[in-house]
Ligand binder design. Sequence first.
Ligand SMILES: NC(=O)c1ccc[n+]([C@@H]2O[C@H](COP(=O)([O-])OP(=O)(O)OC[C@H]3O[C@@H](n4cnc5c(N)ncnc54)[C@H](OP(=O)(O)O)[C@@H]3O)[C@@H](O)[C@H]2O)c1
Length: 380
Amino acid sequence: MKNIAILGATGSIGQNSLAVIKSLPQRFRVTYLTANKNIDLLQKQIAEFKPKGVVVLDSCNASVLKKLLNGTVEVLAGEEGLEEIVRRDDVDIVISSLVGFAGLKPTIEAIKHRKTIALANKETLVVAGELITALLKEYDVSLIPIDSEHSAILQCLAGEDRSHVAKLILTASGGPFLTTPKESFASLSVEHALAHPNWKMGNKITIDSATLMNKGLEVIEAHWLFGLPPEKIDVVIHPQSIIHSMVEFIDGSVKAQLGLPDMKIPIQYALTYPDRLPMNGRRVNFPKLQSMTFFEPDKEKFRCLQLAFDALALGGTAPAVLNAANEVAVGAFLEKKISFEKIPLFIEKALSQHTVRHAPELAHIIETDKLTRNFVGALL
Ligand SMILES: NC(=O)c1ccc[n+]([C@@H]2O[C@H](COP(=O)([O-])OP(=O)(O)OC[C@H]3O[C@@H](n4cnc5c(N)ncnc54)[C@H](OP(=O)(O)O)[C@@H]3O)[C@@H](O)[C@H]2O)c1
């Protein structure tokens, strides 16, 4: 029996993770859950999964929940609470599914306490890939990706010699604006941008999918997970989201992983890796599907994808700048303070004013994140 802590239990990945854990009661038990503000849903999850403790980031909400639970379940608050639970002995696996930069510190703490990491929070590897890779080695810890593209690549690589890999091919649905002319980007609504054609996800990643920044972040994530240079990581638009990614080998063979778009599949694979267990659910129906299509991404129209490749090439603290500027710009778009077309402009400005620091330590990454947020905040 493995004990699991879910960071971000009330989010889209958190809820899908609980559904997977519920279906495998002889293998997994939830010991800790965390939320930011959504204590109503957290309360329901506590009633169903009976964790030993919970963390609520927001201190007011933590106090409210503490009163409501009346000592039946331990309630911790804030960032310290997140870092405290991942250290505990009654945690074997940490599902890192907070959104954004907030996921970095608790994930590092979990690695330092030798917990297996099931990683959804791609921002952790984007901002601190070099540091995380070194820590995984130093503490001899496994980190298994939950992102469907990286799970697909991991599955394609099973049984293969890594030196036989020619390139990785990440697929992207293209988001809701794949065929929308760039001239219309200034007038796109938040509601329209949140209507992803294939996946139901949290708001931040849904906007990242619409700008294609999500694919850019995934290119950086793939670079650190699989150790390939940017020129060996391709992106291809595949609107049906049936192929989740591919690996091309040195003999020209290509392996792909296919499935319906359902995050429970990569979550279960990450939790049971390297085992594969049965899962109920719909299956790909090829005669009904009939065709799958592929296109080159338009990096002029979707500038964020090019900016992510640029930040990866710059290295050091540049991806932390990309990430922080993107988080602030996406937040401003969601609050209807800026238009959709402005998102890449703020990121580009933040990157161009930054002096890259190579081989950054955690303190440099945190400082870069803070300075970039201030810079973009002032521009806004
Ligand atoms: N959703 C997907 O299908 C998917 C697929 C692949 C990768 N990912 C990655 O997985 C991560 C989570 O995505 P998501 O879609 O599940 O996000 P989400 O639905 O927005 O959920 C985020 C979770 O983190 C909590 N949270 C938000 N801000 C926080 C903060 N500052 N400190 C602590 N907790 C905070 C939220 O709590 P409240 O609910 O209380 O606000 C919620 O539990 C992201 O990095 C995303 O890129 C997601």
